[in-house]
Design a protein around this ligand. Structure first.
Ligand code: ATP
Length: 219
């Protein structure tokens, strides 16, 4: 996220990539305008929230017209820094890490995993999905944080904090944490935590306790 849009609330900012992906699809299918109702149906966010979100960045839909797709697209590109590729490092090339290296993220985003680290000698020195894997001992030496400001952590949780401390020392900007560990970082570093087991458990809990999905809408 660039720094020209400090007034956008965080909850709104988190929805931007979702909107962006859909607007990209609309744009490539040649659509020129979209209503908040259509957007709402596609991204499963209620239309009042969409209108409020869009009002923060000056996209004021007109009644009976909707929003201009090109305007939205250029706004999202600029705001999400999508004109430039953001390079990402991945640490921990286990099952999940390997899946990310093979998937990479170029299809939907301009983020790319450029470099990976592991401690397993069998993995070090190999390349998966075009991404070279180095030994974690070489982290500081190999990782140019001006070029690679973001790291994905897919290591065992016992290793997560130690690696985070090294990344913090090297002044990484953001960490996407897939381990169950809660990470301590200085306030200058942003951590987003995705605990897949907890998310799955929570989904199952909601299915059991709120079988009618419309009872509880997640953010
Ligand atoms: P696998 O089946 O390959 O072990 P996994 O996802 O089940 O995958 P984990 O034990 O979660 O395995 O480890 C994930 C990856 O993190 C493995 O490739 C492991 O070698 C690596 N790893 C373990 N400790 C560290 C560490 N301190 N630094 C970097 N990578 C590590």
């Amino acid at each position: 996220m660039n720094h020209d849009s400090p007034k956008i609330p965080q909850a709104t900012a988190k929805r931007l990539p979702l909107y962006y992906r859909f607007i990209q699809n609309l744009h490539s299918s040649g659509k020129q305008r979209v209503s908040s109702a259509e957007l709402s149906e596609a991204v499963k966010v209620d239309s009042a929230t969409i209108r409020r979100d869009f009002s923060y960045f000056g996209a004021l839909g007109k009644k009976g017209y909707g929003y201009n797709v090109s305007y939205l697209l250029s706004f999202f590109r600029k705001t999400l820094d999508q004109d430039e590729i953001t390079n990402v490092a991945l640490i921990g090339v286990g099952n999940l890490g390997t899946a990310f290296l093979n998937y990479n993220f170029m299809k939907n985003n301009n983020t790319k995993i450029q470099i990976a680290f592991d401690v397993d000698e069998e993995k070090v020195g190999t390349v998966i999905g075009d991404v070279p894997i180095y030994h974690l001992d070489e982290l500081e030496e190999r990782l140019d944080l001006k070029e690679v400001p973001v790291a994905i952590l897919t290591v065992p949780s016992s290793a997560a904090q130690g690696i985070t401390d090294r990344l913090a020392e090297a002044q990484i900007k953001g960490i996407l944490n897939f381990t169950p560990a809660r990470l301590n970082v200085p306030p200058t570093i942003r951590v987003h935590h995705i605990d897949l087991a907890v998310e799955l458990q929570s989904l199952v809990y909601f299915l059991k306790n709120y079988p009618d999905a419309s009872d509880e809408k997640s953010e």
